[in-house]
Design a protein around this ligand. Structure first.
Ligand SMILES: [Zn+2]
Length: 237
């Protein structure tokens, strides 16, 4: 595993990849998702490996089942199995908040004293999951809000239906419509995420330059179909 680490306020942020870990093909190796058909013992071992790499082996892993919605839960401890949401936020130190992706974007949002882990694909980004995450962090903490957007599908690799794309352009603006390298309509998820953060008045947004379709070290649903999930983990200090 090679973690891409960031710090915002007291929050430690790390983006995972698929290297190392205990999962076997086609989920090899550091799959963090229990819902994709992987062996659950392997997924649990992978969660422990990430927590250990962050130096907090006993931290509770707090991760809802993502449903491409807009709900961000405020959490103070472990979630029941199967709780559905696309983000978790807290101001409580020591929880390991996690959000997953495999072309969708795992995103960390934090201010000086609160933080959130969010999952955003085109639905979530267009419908308001980012505004929900920013609002939760503002409600729970203080100071300027900053965000880091993790590995996700790039615009050139996100071929999209023309009709749906036109609908998203009408809702979000012309900058989300691009074309693939073979001139078919494509959706710029990163642009949509940038627009959502601007709409929530967040100025400082870092977008990591890693395309999941291109990177062999990341999971890509569009490339591989049955596959695992990498993600972001956020630990409030
Ligand atoms: Zn790409």
């Amino acid at each position: 595993m090679e973690l891409i680490r960031r710090q915002i306020g007291a929050a430690t942020i790390a983006f995972t990849d698929r290297r190392g870990g205990s999962s076997l093909p086609p989920f090899d190796g550091l799959n963090l998702a229990p819902h994709v058909g992987d062996n659950s013992d392997a997924v649990t071992a992978n969660h422990h490996a990430v927590a250990a790499a962050l130096g907090i082996p006993e931290a509770p892993w707090v991760m809802p089942h993502h449903v491409h919605g807009t709900e961000v839960l405020t959490v103070t401890g472990r979630l029941r199995d199967g709780v559905e949401a696309d983000g978790v936020a807290t101001n409580r130190p020591g929880l390991l908040l996690a959000a997953l992706g495999a072309d969708c974007a795992p995103i960390a949002i934090a201010n000086d004293t609160a933080s959130a882990a969010i999952h955003a694909g085109w639905r979530g980004a267009a419908n308001g999951v980012i505004a929900s995450g920013v609002a939760a962090v503002r409600r729970l903490g203080r100071g300027p809000v900053r965000a880091v957007v993790g590995p996700c599908v790039c615009a050139a690799h996100y071929e999209f239906g023309a009709e749906m794309l036109a609908d998203l352009v009408a809702r979000l603006g012309p900058e989300v419509a691009v074309t693939t390298d073979h001139d078919t309509p494509a959706f710029d998820l990163r642009a949509a995420i940038r627009i959502a953060f601007a709409g929530a008045a967040v100025d400082d947004v870092e977008i990591l330059d890693v395309c999941t379709v291109e990177s062999p070290d990341h999971y890509s649903y569009r490339r591989d179909g049955v596959t695992g999930r990498h993600g972001v983990v956020v630990v409030q200090g």
